[in-house]
Write a new protein. Sequence first.
Length: 340
Amino acid sequence: MTVLETRAVCLQCVDTHNAISPFSTRISGAIDFEIMSHTVYGGESGPSLYVGGCMHGDELNGAAAALQLLQIIQAQDLRGTVVLVPIQSPLAFNFRERLNPFDPIDPDWVYPGRNTGTYSQVLKHTLVALASGADCVIDLHSAGRGGANAPMVYCPPETGNGSGHRSLNLSQQFGGDIIIFGQSERDYEWPVEFTLPFVAAREGRAGIYAEAGTGGAGIPDSEFVRFFVNGVVNVMRAMGMISGIVLENGPKLVINPTRPQHHIVCPVSGIVLPAVSVGDRVQVGDCIAVIWNSIGKSQEIIAPSAGMVRFLNMFGSCAEGDRLVTLSPLVQECEGSAGL
């Protein structure tokens, strides 16, 4: 039996306009692209797992983690099947952009897609099909260009089929500083219902939408790549796919997305010197950053509340009104959520 199958899914999308400068000419004819998927078949039957990275082309931590997992997972020790898709949006990745340049639509906001149509439609239709057989779907993300996210998981809510509770349990095994777990899909800050993990949960399967680190097509951050790799391995152990105990991988504080988050914005334009890192705990009155404006005056930015640094501006510069830091409340929202 083949223990590893690497397959290039060759796809074509319709004529469209390239909207990313300086690539701003009309494209004649269809655009070809490939999605590389790697399937590891275990020596014994068992559950199936889908792991995807680089849904956004500038988020390399997830792609690096998926490629490491391809080297780590040993078929002879595996019960079940693992599908790894390190680069889920290849054209965005090739152009080092968050979104593909041919129809710059966030693929997280497309569902179910189409087998013919624009790049985003064909792409999402194909990824939905690749993930459709998995008992658990894990999608690995980072912040967009110029930001950094603390290690965390968006967990699908419970909708009555048990998948939300299974997703929460597996999210706790995965780990992270925080696990965002709402009562309904409407509770979240963005349209989570179109993402692969939340689609899986609505269909009665488990889903984990993980975030960690900085986007922007920079060098992958080893700390956050390691968080992703450890998280996936923990889930595989929890699902009985491999042997071993689930290891600690963060405090796993469960919060409700409707609980107010403190978005702290820059009061003036200038150079930002952060005094904190993502994942840090701060108290009221702590200095979280210093901003130097263009005439050489500095201003301390003070934490208005206690919380965990969930997001941090990493550009090094800011304009007045830009988001500088997001603080998540340090309150355990789910009974027993700290345990494994």
